[in-house]
Design a protein around this ligand. Structure first.
Ligand code: GRF
Length: 205
């Protein structure tokens, strides 16, 4: 019997290195699903080029001048039209509206370049350096209506070195992001994540 692949949609606004990590994990048979669409709100995003090179359908819509709820409703429609069951934010530089979160409740993941709840928001690596943190890292979490506030699925710590700059720290954190994001997606798609309030129990991790 043929088992249906779990269908993943990726939302990205920029470089797309996490998207690439997810696609490569899929090629190795380690994603637990298939990336079926990549959506971007930035026409020239490198993420879209990477997706096209991998033969994945892409959709671009400009958010400028549109109401957030109305724009998000269209994005939800696009994801539904592709039969998406899990949404992965990969450098998607927009807050999701409550309607979007309701539509994919518990089925939206994000990757963040710090050990949440430390340093949410923009420039997390710079925040860690400026704070004098000795350890930072990467977090994959479920998305709720707050800013980087949803239940944590996986984290990996990265040491902050005395001579680190924002660039060197970001580069090492990015490697950690690329390791944990595919593992988190796979765990969720294989039904190995159990959410208990704020806590996500991940079997086999
Ligand atoms: C990553 O650092 C991610 O943690 C943050 O945005 C950046 C996206 O990078 N949310 P990329 O586009 O995946 O290369």
């Amino acid at each position: 019997m043929k088992t249906e692949k779990k269908r993943v949609g990726i939302l990205a606004s920029g470089r797309g290195s996490n998207l690439q990590a997810l696609v490569e994990a899929q090629k190795r048979g380690e994603l637990g699903g298939e990336v079926v669409v990549v959506f971007s709100n930035v026409e020239g995003a490198a993420a879209l080029d990477r997706a096209r090179r991998a033969g994945i359908p892409t959709v671009f819509r400009d958010h400028r001048g549109r109401r957030r709820d109305e724009f998000d409703a269209e994005v939800v429609q696009i994801l539904n039209a592709h039969g998406v069951c899990l949404v992965c934010l990969a450098g998607y530089m927009r807050l999701l509206s409550p309607g979007f979160i309701r539509a994919f409740d518990g089925r939206i993941l994000n990757v963040h370049p710090a050990l949440l709840p430390a340093f949410p928001g923009l420039h997390a690596q710079r925040q860690a350096l400026e704070h004098g943190a000795k350890v930072s890292g990467a977090t994959v979490h479920l998305v709720d209506s707050g800013l980087d506030s949803g239940p944590i699925v996986l984290q990996e710590a990265v040491k902050v070195l005395p001579d680190d700059t924002e660039d060197t720290l970001s580069a090492r954190i990015l490697e950690a992001e690329h390791r944990i994001y595919p593992r988190a997606v796979r765990a969720l798609l294989e039904g190995r994540c159990r959410v208990e309030g704020r806590r996500v129990v991940v079997e086999g991790e």
